[in-house]
Design a protein around this ligand. Structure first.
Ligand code: HEC
Ligand code: HEC
Length: 271
């Protein structure tokens, strides 16, 4: 039998071989692109085509899940590692004057007595981004938003430089009284949670991730809950929403308490 005779459909072995291979291909395609996507209870597809696109890795809107989010405004701020990296003395001075109207809530030295977030020593890029987001409505808060709506781009930059220049509260964790929560130190790799410090500053700082040490426990907890519920949605690419959703309520409590802990004398000095 020559090679030409081998590879023709007159050869029953060849026909069977091709037939079986084609059948396996079709069955695996149906299972991989249609059955498995629909077997995931946490995603909903509008139709079969949606499921196929999702399995193929095409980024797309998921019916019922992403649709309401699209209607709301998302952050439009672009941050790079050079955003506000070289503040001038003049900018800091102008920021100090502007900051007088913020002192009632954020404290005269950027350390809040109420449960407003501390701004002293916060990364300039974070203050810059949050103020832009409050101004555009990507982040909303009934108390804070009115103070951001009328700020100009220049004022936002000056305020960011000023607050970043002020000394921040130190990282302080009384180890024996409060054991380090594993969610903070190790994250939860099985749930896709990196250690908090890999973005938030104690291990490494990813541009745009706030300094958390010394923020009030109530504030930290409220923000984590707001990310988890989707009420706060200004984090770029859902970085923080994905993490907060995957955290248990107990882990949220532990992380908030850990980051809020401060030596007793500093708490007194702020009061
Ligand atoms: C009446 C009180 C009040 C005033 C005045 C005020 N803020 Fe705020 N600010 C808040 C509260 C409360 C929050 C937290 C909002 C939330 O829970 O989402 C906040 C949040 C912020 C944040 C986000 C911090 C973070 O870590 O995410 C920044 C930045 C900020 N304020 C800057 C300012 C600046 C600059 C001014 C002055 C122009 C100002 N605020 C005036 C109450 C106030
Ligand atoms: C992949 C990086 C990344 C990791 C890991 C991460 N975060 Fe975040 N987090 C962010 C970013 C970015 C923001 C700012 C979102 C925005 O407003 O743009 C944020 C914001 C927050 C805020 C709000 C702070 C404020 O002042 O507005 C809290 C609280 C927070 N994260 C807690 C945590 C905790 C607790 C962990 C660990 C369980 C964690 N984060 C892990 C990136 C990260």
């Amino acid at each position: 039998m020559s090679a030409r005779d081998l590879f023709t459909f007159r050869n029953p072995h060849f026909t069977r071989g091709v037939g079986i291979t084609a059948a396996i291909l079709i069955v695996t395609a149906i299972v991989g692109f249609i059955v498995l996507p629909f077997a995931q209870p946490w995603v909903q597809f509008a139709n079969v085509w949606d499921a196929i696109c999702s399995a193929a890795g095409v980024p797309q809107r998921l019916a019922g899940v992403a649709a309401p989010e699209q209607a709301k405004r998302l952050s439009e701020v672009v941050l790079t590692s050079h955003t506000l990296s070289r503040p001038s003395q003049e900018a800091i001075g102008r920021g100090a004057t502007l900051a007088q109207r913020c002192a009632i809530c954020h404290g005269p030295t950027g350390l809040s007595r109420a449960d407003s977030p501390n701004l002293a020593g916060q990364y300039a890029a974070v203050i810059y981004k949050e103020l832009h987001d409050f101004r555009s409505g990507a982040r909303t808060n009934a108390v804070m938003s009115p103070f951001a709506v009328n700020l100009t781009d220049q004022e936002i930059a000056d305020l960011s430089d000023y607050y970043a220049f002020l000394p921040r509260l130190p990282a302080y964790h009384p180890t024996p009284q409060l054991p380090k929560p594993s969610i903070v130190i190790y994250g939860a790799p099985m749930r896709g949670i990196a250690p908090c410090g890999s973005c938030h500053g104690s291990l490494d700082n990813k541009t745009g991730s706030p300094w958390l040490e010394g923020q009030s426990e109530a504030y930290l907890k409220a923000q984590l809950q707001a990310f988890a519920s989707g009420e706060r949605r200004n984090d770029i690419s859902q970085q923080m929403r994905n993490i907060a959703r995957a955290m248990t309520p107990q882990e949220i409590e532990q992380a908030a308490a850990y980051y809020a802990s401060q030596p007793p004398d500093i708490v007194k000095a702020v009061d």
